[in-house]
Design a protein around this ligand. Structure first.
Ligand SMILES: Nc1nc2c(c(=O)[nH]1)N[C@H]1C(S)=C(S)[C@@H](COP(=O)(O)O)O[C@H]1N2
Ligand SMILES: [Mo]
Length: 516
């Protein structure tokens, strides 16, 4: 049963066309139902099931693009298997159909175990079912064109006879149209919450505009004091940004409390709202890395809410959950010791953007995001660390993780070149909840020199620093600047290097630059 290469290729094309139509229809159905599509469900499972080393590799290699790469990978794999199924189907149709159905089943399984527990199972499974029916059905129709091929042969039909060819092209066009229709529905029909139609009220306690002294504005390349929204790092496990309708949204506070509290969005906004400047940091941030940002948040006190609920003796944790099922465990101590732990509804003066957790998220100064900053927050259970494991804990990250004191050099950039003379070295330093007391710079391993600090806005925000090095007599070639911060508690940032896992990177940031 030899079949020409050309025929195999045609079969592979049929496989891809059928799979593409299945994919498109699934995306369309998913958009109409506002549920994750099979590709998203499979990708999400890969994120959730990925062994920690693979996750670290993905984040390190692709940074914030890691999810885009993941989706491309899922679709490419699908395309490969579909092409293979089509090529095989030229002679072994049942095997090909089994393969196509198998792809659909993978999508169904992913949707079944998906984290979006809030969505009824039938709705979650419909996109995968559409994919399965359209792709397997489509492939079955298309493969009829190869009925004359040796292994399928029942008589002496002519595979390329005029009538069959016309039928085949008609079927191919119809199947392609189904896919395009689905994709069209997906791109125009996905329901997005229109955040611009929701405004946050003027806070009860507003902050004055940023005082001039908190930022050095004349140093090119220095991170701005307040991070613009589109430059703020984003880290979460959500493959597609959850779209939460605030008119039906509720936050439930329950567990080891005297009185359970449920808040609607309007009730949350009606509480005392404060503005707070807080620097958020991700535990995955390497020394000198970009996963840190500073924002002016609007929110309501978590401590006040917990006092109203009445935390019972023995509780030591709050287990918070987002709409997509992600969980975070936070020590009650950090929520009730007077620091500005808030449920935030606004960021830099506007409602939280969708990818920042609209309508509400937690922000706790001094704790890495993965143990404090729950986005798309819907549930806070007052409980004990002994009684649960939050999302990242079984993946090798510490249960509790205060942000480590740290500092970063922004200027010079790596291997930047200067003429001999005065060279400005500058960056940011943070020690949330403690405050930065000083920053020191060492050039080429020389003595530590005090840098100049911008004014402190609050102990929860980073401070900019700058140091002018007299490089007029410097040797031509490369030089290295290192930085370390000193906290208001007297702690000096440690030289000891630690990787991000399990509880945050440590070590001094160094930059090599050149002098002509
Ligand atoms: N629902 C949800 N909230 C989450 C996460 C997540 O994956 N899902 N990631 C956390 C982590 S690890 C960090 S560092 C911060 C990042 O917040 P940002 O994306 O607004 O910068 O959100 C936290 N909140
Ligand atoms: Mo994080």
């Amino acid at each position: 049963m030899t079949v020409s290469k050309k025929t195999r290729l045609a079969g592979a094309g049929c496989g891809i066309l059928a799979a593409g139509a299945g994919l498109g229809s699934a995306e369309g159905v998913a958009a109409l139902l506002s549920v994750p599509s099979p590709v998203v469900a499979v990708g999400q499972q890969m994120i959730d099931l990925a062994p920690p080393f693979l996750k670290d590799f993905a984040v390190e290699t692709f940074g914030e693009n890691d999810k885009g790469i993941l989706v491309i990978g899922v679709v490419a794999t699908l395309g490969l298997v579909a092409a293979l199924a089509g090529a095989i189907g030229v002679t072994r149709r049942n095997l090909a159909l089994a393969m196509a159905a198998g792809l659909g089943v993978v999508g169904l399984i992913a949707a079944y175990f998906g984290a979006s527990v809030a969505v009824p199972l039938t709705q979650r499974l419909l996109p995968g079912l559409a994919a399965l029916l359209v792709s397997a059905g489509g492939l079955s129709v298309l493969l009829r064109a190869f009925d004359g091929e040796p292994a399928n042969s029942t008589g002496s039909s002519e595979p390329t006879s005029g009538v069959d060819r016309r039928k085949f092209l008609g079927a191919a066009a119809a199947i392609g149209a189904i896919g395009v229709l689905g994709a069209g529905i997906a791109s125009f029909g996905r329901r997005m919450v229109d955040i611009s139609s929701f405004a946050i009220p003027t806070p009860t306690e507003t902050l004055p505009p940023m005082p001039a002294g908190v930022a050095f504005t004349d140093i090119e390349g220095l991170t701005p004091f307040l991070t613009p929204l589109d430059e703020f790092y984003r880290v979460d496990t959500a493959l597609s940004v959850p779209q939460v309708d605030p008119t039906t949204w509720q936050l439930r506070i329950h567990g080891m409390v005297d009185k359970e509290i449920t808040l609607t969005y309007d009730q949350l906004l009606a509480r005392d709202l404060v503005e707070r400047d807080i620097t958020l940091t991700c535990v995955s941030n390497e020394v000198g890395g970009p996963y840190v940002g500073n924002a002016r948040w609007t929110g309501t006190s978590i401590q006040a809410l917990l006092e109203e609920a009445g935390v019972q003796d023995g509780a030591d944790a709050v287990l918070s959950t987002s709409t997509d099922g992600m969980t975070i465990g936070t020590p009650i101590g950090a929520l009730t010791d007077g620091r500005d732990a808030i449920i935030a509804v606004g960021m830099n003066g506007q409602p939280l953007p969708a990818d920042r957790g609209f309508p509400a998220r937690m922000v706790v100064p001094g704790l890495y995001g993965y143990v404090s900053a729950t986005k798309w927050l819907v549930d806070m259970e007052i409980t004990r660390f002994a009684d649960f494991e939050a999302y990242w804990t079984p993946r090798g990250w510490a249960e509790e993780a205060p942000i480590k004191i740290s500092s970063r050099i922004d200027v010079p950039g790596s291997f930047q070149k200067y003429d001999k003379g005065q060279i400005v070295i500058a960056g940011v330093a943070w020690a949330q909840n403690t405050g930065v007391e000083g920053v020191e710079v060492s050039i080429d391993g020389g003595e530590w020199q005090a840098a100049e600090l911008s004014d402190e806005l609050s102990v929860d925000t980073w401070r900019q620093w700058r140091y002018t090095w007299d490089g007029s007599g410097a040797t031509s070639g490369s030089h290295e600047a290192k930085v370390r911060a000193i906290g208001q508690d007297g702690e000096t940032q440690t030289e000891e290097q630690a990787p991000p896992r399990p509880n945050g990177a440590s070590g001094w940031h160094g930059i090599v630059f050149g002098v002509n």
